[in-house]
Design a protein around this ligand. Structure first.
Ligand SMILES: [Zn+2]
Length: 175
């Protein structure tokens, strides 16, 4: 996953996580101080980090950074502390049986995780990408900007999957 390594470096994510952390001295929880997503089973949301137009669940990023968890895994990351906002790696564990651990695991990851890593493109995105190509922006730069694989830019260019989208986006300020 070359695009992922070049765009979301561990150093960058780590600095983001640590600079938005509130330590709870009572529980040792690392509370995310920025945006929270909705959790399906509690009123308390999990932390969200928005990077390059994509939302990432902060506790999953934490497990990826400090527990060797594969961010693309379909497994849940669950909280021992029952605090979805918490991203202390010591309080996290990989859930293997969603039924048994449902109450400790926020549900969002399974359904939205894939979207994050296979970034969905809208017809307008396709038009904008076309436009960037005509403006001489390299395919790799465009891929980084949209957080998608470079090969998808080639597909878009050749209109293999997007025949129905008309060309015609023209906005110098977008480049
Ligand atoms: Zn905690």
């Amino acid at each position: 996953m070359g695009y992922y390594k070049t765009f979301l470096t561990k150093e960058y994510i780590e600095s983001k996580l640590l600079s938005n952390r509130l330590l709870d001295p009572k529980t040792n929880c690392w509370l995310w101080t920025k945006a929270l997503g909705r959790s399906s089973n509690t009123s308390n949301g999990y932390g969200i980090l928005r990077v390059n137009k994509h939302n990432y669940a902060v506790h999953r990023l934490s497990a990826w950074l400090w527990k060797g968890f594969s961010i693309e895994s379909k497994l849940f990351i669950c909280h021992k502390c029952d605090t979805p906002r918490c991203f202390n790696p010591e309080h996290l564990f990989v859930g293997s049986n969603a039924d048994n651990i449902k109450d400790k695991c926020t549900k969002q990851r399974q359904s939205k995780g894939n979207q994050i890593w296979t970034a969905k493109l809208t017809p307008l995105d396709i038009q904008k990408i076309d436009y960037l190509i005509t403006q001489g922006i390299t395919q790799q730069e465009i891929a980084n900007r949209y957080n998608i694989e470079r090969s998808r830019i080639s597909y878009i260019k050749s209109r293999k999957h997007w025949r129905h989208v008309p060309y015609g986006y023209d906005n110098k300020s977008y480049v």
